[in-house]
Write a protein that binds this ligand. Structure first.
Ligand code: HEM
Length: 139
């Protein structure tokens, strides 16, 4: 019981800190909408996503919960990104570079301050590195 309460307090503190710098559910929602609207028009990322995704509303809904779970510990995303990306054909390491560039551009344009950019980019870089290691690293 004590441990659970401790975890809840830690999570509350994390959310309060994130919210105080501008990482809120509303910001995440706007960011995901804008990022995927750019992804869909991107010359090399667009075709990969448009080939695979039929239900864009469903994808965007899922990704909002993914980022809320990563940034605000909402626990509202329960998928497994690694096998999903491993199953994608025609994805090369440079796609990750372009994905991260586009994500950074979008966050930088929308964020109220640089702390928010850092908050997202630290997490996006870590996840991008882990996904691309899983997909491309063959010892
Ligand atoms: C840091 C980089 C990335 C993050 C954080 C990320 C995150 C995600 C997440 C959470 C999903 C949903 C997985 C699920 O169904 O539960 C997803 C799906 C998808 N991602 Fe990524 N992704 C990244 C990079 C990329 C790149 C570089 C590509 C390809 C150019 C890509 C293509 C896709 C596609 C096509 C789907 C939909 C797959 C499907 O519905 O079957 N992602 N991504």
């Amino acid at each position: 019981m004590e441990n659970i309460e401790h975890e809840n307090r830690t999570r509350e503190k994390l959310i309060a800190h994130a919210n105080s710098i501008g990482v809120t559910g509303e910001f995440i929602s706007d960011l995901v909408d804008e990022f995927y609207s750019r992804v869909r028009k991107h010359p090399s990322l667009g075709p990969i996503f448009n080939d695979k995704i039929q239900d864009w509303d469903g994808h965007i809904y899922k990704l909002k919960h993914f980022w809320a779970s990563v940034c605000l510990h909402s626990g509202t995303y329960s998928g497994r990104p690694m096998p999903v990306h491993m199953a994608l054909k025609n994805v090369e390491p440079f796609h990750f570079v372009q994905w991260l560039e586009l994500f950074e551009q979008t966050v930088t344009e929308l964020a109220p301050n640089y702390d928010v950019v850092e908050y997202f980019m630290e997490r996006a870089n870590r996840i991008g590195q882990s996904l691309s290691l899983g997909m491309f690293y063959r010892p």
